[in-house]
Design a protein around this ligand. Sequence first.
Ligand code: 8DG
Length: 142
Amino acid sequence: MKKILKVVAAIIENERNEILCALRSPNMSMANMWEFPGGKVEKDEDMSAALVREIKEELNCTIEVTDFFHDHTHEYESATINLICMTCKIVSGQPEANEHSALLWLKRENLTSLKWAPADIPAVEQLSGPYGGPWGQVPRPN
Ligand SMILES: Nc1nc2c([nH]c(=O)n2[C@H]2C[C@H](O)[C@@H](COP(=O)(O)OP(=O)(O)OP(=O)(O)O)O2)c(=O)[nH]1
């Protein structure tokens, strides 16, 4: 059985209601695909702590995790990725691309125009679909 890697990713929205998208660089696996910034959770590490750590390393800013957004497991040829997307807000600094080739703020309705890593597609669809706002939650019945 393939190894399952737990990966956390940040859905960061700015004051113009745009979401931060990051382009994987040519020297990364899954080169030139878009993703939500984040990375692998280390052994015994809390998911939120892992995401704060990864964002500091990758984007040089500090975030706070505000909510759980989406959990999806995708089987790639080499590994199975359990991608957990969490909504976050920036508490200090401005995102800078330390490792990615580019960063882009996009409105939800434009997210599907990018070439996303396959594991991200369900989260992208939830963000851009009819139940996309405010945080992709399906409204609760009364
Ligand atoms: N950070 C992040 N990784 C994602 C997303 N979607 C997706 O399939 N992945 C994959 C790419 C990587 O194989 C893995 C995350 O690892 P990582 O961000 O620590 O990247 P890495 O370059 O160190 O990974 P690798 O070369 O060792 O595979 O999850 C996503 O939205 N965000």
